[in-house]
Ligand binder design. Structure first.
Ligand SMILES: Cc1ncc(COP(=O)(O)O)c(C=O)c1O
Length: 388
């Protein structure tokens, strides 16, 4: 793609930090892991931070560490990345999908209680696209029903609700550092928690079920290799140092998009602010209006790709994935999820996106939305080249 959907922001100081680790004998479970964990704990205000090999690994360890297993149910949004539901299924627990709020695209608190049964063990909420979920309301429901709360903050590092960082509200929170994220470690994730017992469980589980005894061949429980290498930690430390500037830059880009796209018919823009929240921009997602269809959205996407402009349909609902056909339980209708998923379109979004690139994306999008709106779904399918 001439203008990619996302791109990591790696500076010379990041490269130097990673190279320096390679000159040491410790490439795993060394001082950089401890330093990165301390830095994330400080940044988020959490008591404990535990580095893991990915956000998915982190979600899996939350399910394991909180004792969720076969026959248990976990409330999750379907408008999310598939790892959210997979984490429950890894332990033979059942993901129960609940619909989202149309504004924030986050789990709708008013729909959670209807999905709770005596098998429900946890609510796994997602801070979608970096916008904090309705934390106080969800935590109150969890308290009343004695449920655990896992915060998937993989897309939301640095976001805040009432001045408190996301990830630090529930029993445990997870961040992810894939290259499209606000900060990257290549692959990687970080768990945070206030509970020292959960933290020590995380440490054992990520390292083959070893305890802290330093006895390499002593395994007290079934564990995994979910370790985060020293090189990744060095990159994470270096990236975290400039996170404030990164988040401001991303907010600025979102503002520039909104300015240019304002007034284009049939297009709903993301809100730049939300009450009581500080956003952490992960992706920039527009939505097509109700009068257009999923076919219009897919055609626009196809045409943008043809013109060298990266874009994606964030998110495809999990409950409609082939891997989930017989493995999930929507307790309520997922109308908002399905509608949002059929109209969403993520545009190129990364720190070094230039004004001229933003202008090019907006001009093309504006033209294509206009063109699409002048045709029916049938006409679009008939006139498009193979592949659409
Ligand atoms: C909401 C959400 N949860 C979990 C993950 C999984 O993170 P990872 O790709 O590091 O396994 C992602 C990654 O994109 C995500 O967006």
């Amino acid at each position: 793609m001439r203008i990619p959907l996302s791109a990591p922001d790696v500076l010379q100081e990041d490269i130097d930090a990673v190279a320096a680790v390679l000159r040491t004998p410790r490439l795993s479970l060394g001082p950089k892991l401890e330093e990165f964990e301390r830095a994330i704990a400080r940044y988020t205000g959490a008591a404990h931070a535990v580095g893991v090999s990915s956000g998915t690994a982190g979600l899996h360890l939350c399910i394991r560490a909180l004792g969720i297993g076969e026959g248990d149910e976990v409330i999750v949004p379907s408008f999310a990345f598939i790892a959210v539901a997979n984490a429950a299924r890894y332990e033979k627990a059942l993901p129960v999908f609940v619909d989202i709020e149309p504004e924030t695209l986050n789990l709708d608190p008013s729909r959670i209680e209807a999905a709770i049964t005596n098998r429900t063990k946890a609510i796994l909420l997602v801070h979608t696209f970096g916008c904090p979920a309705e934390l106080p309301a969800i935590l109150e429901i969890a308290r009343q029903h004695h449920l655990c709360v896992i915060e998937d903050a993989c897309e939301a590092i640095g976001a805040e609700y009432d001045g408190r960082k996301v990830g630090s509200w529930g029993h445990a929170g997870v961040f992810a550092f894939y290259p499209n994220k606000q900060i990257t470690t290549g692959e990687g994730g970080m768990l945070i928690t206030e509970d020292p017992r959960i933290a020590s469980k995380f440490r054992a589980l990520r390292n083959q079920g070893r305890t802290d005894s330093n006895d390499w061949l002593q395994h007290t429980e079934l564990g995994y290799n979910y370790r985060l290498p020293e090189m990744s930690c060095a990159l994470g430390i270096s990236q975290l140092k400039r996170i404030d500037a990164t988040l401001s830059r991303r907010q600025e880009i979102a503002g520039k998009y909104n300015e240019r796209l304002r007034g284009i018919g049939n297009l709903r823009l993301p809100a730049l602010e939300a009450p009581r929240r500080k956003l952490s921009w992960f992706v920039y997602v527009v939505r097509l209006s109700e009068s257009l269809t999923q076919i219009h959205r897919d055609w626009i996407m196809y045409e943008l790709h043809r013109r060298g402009i990266g874009c994606a349909r964030y998110f495809a609902p999990i409950h409609l994935q082939p891997a989930y056909r017989s493995a999930c339980e929507p307790r309520s209708d997922l109308r908002v999820t399905e509608f949002a998923a059929s109209r969403c379109l993520a545009l190129p979004f990364f720190n070094r996106l230039q004004d001229a690139q933003i202008a090019e994306v907006c001009e093309n999008l504006s033209e294509l939305v206009h063109l699409a709106a002048s045709r029916t779904s049938k006409e679009l399918t008939a006139t498009s080249a193979a592949g659409f």
